[in-house]
Design a protein around this ligand. Structure first.
Ligand code: NAD
Length: 320
């Protein structure tokens, strides 16, 4: 069994390797070669959350689980509040094959998912990227997004304005001008909008989004969270990583619950990757990707990390 500690992940798995691994995973899910097991998520008290995301990819030969959660007191301990570890197993024998630090990988695989949606669904002439959210994930999201289109500018809004410096600094690092704007202005300017917040109420309203916009809604991964108005999902063509998660814990939960959107109208992004669905039909269509985060994403990037770590002599082998 190979161990790849969290400290080995930076510089090991880059944006392109994460993108390739996740694109192949979404394609395998849509072909029926891979599926996710039901998610377990428990409140441990005092704000602590813990859960398990797992799955099987028969073709990618992946079986495993990401165990992780949110521990609000970790900041006082000087370690990240989000803590996760991925465990990989041989699908034939069940023997453990890998134990991989999952914190940075979670950010990379989440950013890869929205970047994949931009590659396959955003208008090719997209010039302005709109960022809603300025937390830990937002910088990874921006970095992955700008690889997909020739963006000329980033506009951003955040509930906590003091956090906007993260977006400004990331844009500067990427050589792009950044402007802090209202949500109205963000909708008026952006060709692509990424939402990555822990909001419980709609931030982006239907009337604020122009025809032709692509949205990647990435923050809503739990029942009760919401980033965009349900009416927007009724107007948009909705895509997701996994329909079951989209309607239960994803952004589509509200539109489906209120009858504005039928589950049958939601398409897995893997169908677009495989060519079974044409994706965007015309320049004025609003496309919306509901990225809920599936266990197979975690297994795919962890497996890539193990392969790269072995090749670079960074993995520790233990008899187990
Ligand atoms: P973070 O704690 O670093 O940042 C939180 C963000 O949400 C900040 O922008 C903050 O200003 C904003 N926010 C907080 N309270 C808000 C409110 N009441 N209204 C509006 N905005 C509010 O978190 P992060 O690590 O950047 O994660 C952001 C979100 O993405 C979380 O909801 C997290 O669960 C989710 N997430 C999703 C996936 C996925 O696969 N889809 C993966 C990782 C994280």
């Amino acid at each position: 069994m190979w161990i790849v500690p969290e400290s080995a992940i930076p510089g090991l798995v880059d944006e392109q390797s994460a993108f390739d691994a996740i694109e192949a995973t979404f394609a395998a899910m849509s072909r029926g070669d891979a599926y996710n097991f039901p998610v377990v998520r428990e409140a441990l008290g005092e704000g602590r959350q813990y859960g398990f995301k797992s799955g099987l990819d028969r073709v990618g030969v992946l079986l495993g689980v990401k165990a992780g959660g949110y521990f609000p007191s970790n900041a006082e301990r000087g370690i990240p509040n989000h803590q996760s570890t991925v465990y990989l197993f041989d699908p034939e024998s069940g023997k453990p094959t890998g134990m991989v630090g999952g914190n940075l990988l979670t950010a990379l695989r989440t950013a890869a998912a929205s970047a994949i949606s931009i590659k396959h669904l955003a208008r090719h002439d997209s010039k302005v990227l709109g960022m809603v959210g300025a937390g830990h994930q937002s910088a990874f999201q921006m970095r992955a997004a700008v690889r997909q289109r020739s963006f000329e500018k980033v506009v951003g809004w955040n509930y906590h304005p003091e956090m906007l410096s993260r977006l400004a600094e990331t844009a500067e690092d990427l050589g792009l001008p950044f402007e802090a704007v209202s949500v109205d202005e963000l909708g008026a300017q952006a060709d692509v909008i990424i939402t990555i917040t822990s909001s419980l109420n709609a931030i982006v309203k239907d009337a604020q989004v122009r025809p032709g916009t692509h949205l990647a809604c990435m923050g809503t991964d739990t029942k009760g969270k919401q980033e965009v108005e349900a009416a927007l999902l009724a107007r948009a063509t909705v895509f997701t990583d996994e329909v079951a998660q989209s309607v239960s814990i994803g952004e589509a939960q509200h539109a489906v619950a209120t009858g504005l959107l039928d589950e049958s109208a939601i398409t897995e992004i893997g169908a677009v990757i495989n060519g079974a669905h044409p994706g965007r039909g015309h320049a004025d269509e609003i496309t919306l990707f509901d990225g809920t985060g599936v266990g197979l994403q975690d297994l795919a990037v962890a497996s890539a990390a193990v392969e790269l770590a072995i090749a670079q002599g960074l993995a520790q082998e233990v008899a187990f």
